[in-house]
Design a protein. Structure first.
Length: 82
């Protein structure tokens, strides 16, 4: 099972996505503009879709084409860490 770690900077509107896929540590940075967006990315030949939604609170989900939703751990930061 793949677990995603997300480091979100709401001030720069960027998300550092990291996970271990097929025994390889992978990461990418996603920049967002709106509070309801979809983004696609690929780790080790596997495609994932990330959904950012902010209504009452920030909700970020990641799903695969066949696997459904993956567990995510979200951490907010105000520093320009990435």
């Amino acid at each position: 099972m793949i677990k995603f770690n997300l480091l979100v900077n709401p001030f720069t509107k960027s998300i550092l996505v990291s996970a271990r896929v097929n025994k390889v540590d992978c990461e990418t940075i996603i920049n967002y503009n709106e509070l309801d967006e979809w983004h696609s990315f690929e780790f080790e030949g596997v495609e994932f879709d990330l959904h950012i939604e902010y209504s009452i609170s920030l909700d970020i989900t990641i799903q695969g084409e066949e696997e459904g939703l993956f567990p995510v751990s979200v951490k907010l930061t105000s520093k320009d860490e990435f």
